[in-house]
Design a protein around this ligand. Structure first.
Ligand SMILES: Nc1ncnc2c1ncn2[C@@H]1O[C@H](COP(=O)(O)OP(=O)(O)OP(=O)(O)O)[C@@H](O)[C@H]1O
Length: 225
């Protein structure tokens, strides 16, 4: 299992707002490894996640998930890949305020056409693994920021994705929680053997992740003559 991006180019916007965000980008992400995607604001981290997650089709290049090119699939097959092979955990968690924790996972699974009855035991087990066994019947608005992020992680993992894409998971939590949450993501990635990519500005994430990919590496230092 791996994710390989080859020659990815993306231009966004029109007219004066046209920006080439990615220009022939190459990157490889290995299974069982959580990679921190770093780089200054505007360097294209979220865009890269959108391309990798089949949410945005690149203007050029290949997105090879286990060797099959997601960028070349029909819209229908891309939608299926999003449902069945990719888990997303985006900034604020985007939980549904009124639903209890276990139903947050099941609601997402039912959008993917899976039965609640079949998945409920797995959802409860997964939430327990994520340290939320005592919060299964809490509503999202009764949870702390870190707990909400763990629910969002559970939701992303329920259907055992090959690829887990995470955008700024620690934006709303303190340093201790940031470290704990990242350790959970890294440990889960190793345990499941999925490919995980985490866009982040947070040094705590960078410190815990298995590796880093820099969107804008600084130029090599010039040797003085
Ligand atoms: N629809 C759009 N039209 C034009 N430009 C866009 C559009 N969406 C994003 N951009 C530009 O593309 C660049 C990359 O954006 P992106 O969100 O991928 O960066 P980022 O590295 O994730 O930034 P941040 O760390 O601030 O979240 C930015 O300069 C942004 O202004």
């Amino acid at each position: 299992m791996s994710l390989e991006l080859r020659g990815i180019s993306v231009t966004l916007g029109h007219g004066d707002a046209r920006v080439t965000v990615l220009d022939g980008l190459d990157a490889t992400f290995a299974a069982g490894t959580a990679t921190a995607l770093v780089g200054p604001s505007g360097s294209g981290k979220s865009t890269l996640l959108a391309v990798a997650g089949a949410l945005l089709r690149p203007d050029a290049g290949q997105v090879l998930l286990d060797g099959a090119d997601l960028a070349a699939l029909s819209e229908r097959d891309r939608a299926r890949a999003r449902r069945e092979r990719i888990g997303y955990m985006f900034q604020s968690g985007n939980l549904l305020g009124g639903l209890v924790v276990v139903d947050q996972l099941l609601a997402a699974a039912s959008i993917a056409g899976r039965s609640h009855r079949q998945l409920r035991p797995r959802a409860e087990e997964l939430l327990t693994e994520l340290g939320l066994g005592h919060r299964l019947r809490h509503r999202a608005d009764q949870l702390s920021g870190g707990e909400r992020q763990r629910v969002a992680l559970g939701r992303a993992l329920l259907l055992e994705p090959a690829l887990l894409l995470v955008d700024e998971p620690t934006a709303a939590v303190d340093r201790t929680q940031a470290r704990a949450l990242t350790e959970l993501i890294v440990g889960t990635t190793a345990g499941r053997g999925c490919v995980t990519v985490i866009a982040t500005h947070d040094p705590a994430v960078l410190a815990v992740a298995d590796s880093a990919f820099d969107m804008a590496p600084s130029p090599p230092e010039r040797l003085s003559a």
